[in-house]
Design a protein around this ligand. Sequence first.
Ligand code: SAM
Length: 281
Amino acid sequence: MLSYRHAFHAGNHADVLKHTVLLELLAYYNRKDKPWIYIDTHAGGGCYALESEQAGKTAEFGEGIGRLWARDDLPAPLAAYVAAVGQFNPHGRLLFYPGSPALAMTQARAQDRLRLFELHPADFESLQRTFDREQERVQVRRADGFGALKGLLPPPSRRAVVLIDPPYEVKDDYRRVVDTLRDALRRFPTGTFAVWYPMLSRTEARMLPERLAELGAESWLDVRLAVRSPARDGFGMFGSGLYVVNPPWLLPERLEKTLPWLVEHLGQDEGAGFDLEHHIE
Ligand code: SAM
């Protein structure tokens, strides 16, 4: 089943958290000249027009990037994120939202590589179009990202940032992220892996961070941003989180300063809040 389309959600509060952390990870990797590879197992469409019928229909970006776009009081990680989004909106109006592959590309140097996987035919096509002039540095494949990851690990440069960002529209995604991360850590224990997950009332979602922690990575960070209270009927995403294996040692401190700002500006009711746990060796 491939009914999920990220265009409806592009730039929402979950993207703000995910993409801010992603840029932090890659900026840290850029401190050394040695090449890195960025692997996006569930890449999406690449770049989204916010005035399209899809994005305009839900206008979720208005409660995400839209609340940060015109501010001049952003904590450093959010300022870097908004500046990266700004590269796709050179005339100052927020018209386009770059997905994770396009944001990763803003950090890529001549020596770095991107490997992108996307199954949906329309999103795959749009992803290919986004990167058709970057064939040397970027490879786009229409393939199952969970299954494809193992073939890329360990990478020759021994430096990789991997984003695992499934839609969780099928229950099996919860099991597959855990199995995929377990296998990836066995092949390449020193890579940086970021698993995005939704905050939902359903049991699989509530248990997922615990299941990921049970894999026993030595260095990890778990960050969660809730923008509202769970709905009484139990439906709907009320926040999201990222579980990061081998995060940069500076990341907790940078997020500590960022998360209260996000709660204040993206929070929709008294249920808004954040959690940040980590253990970095
Ligand atoms: N990573 C993107 C970003 O942050 O901009 C968003 C990705 S979206 C949450 C998830 C994407 O995964 C959807 O475009 C969906 O079509 C795709 N997808 C679903 N199952 C997949 C699979 N097994 N392998 C690769 N892509 C898949």
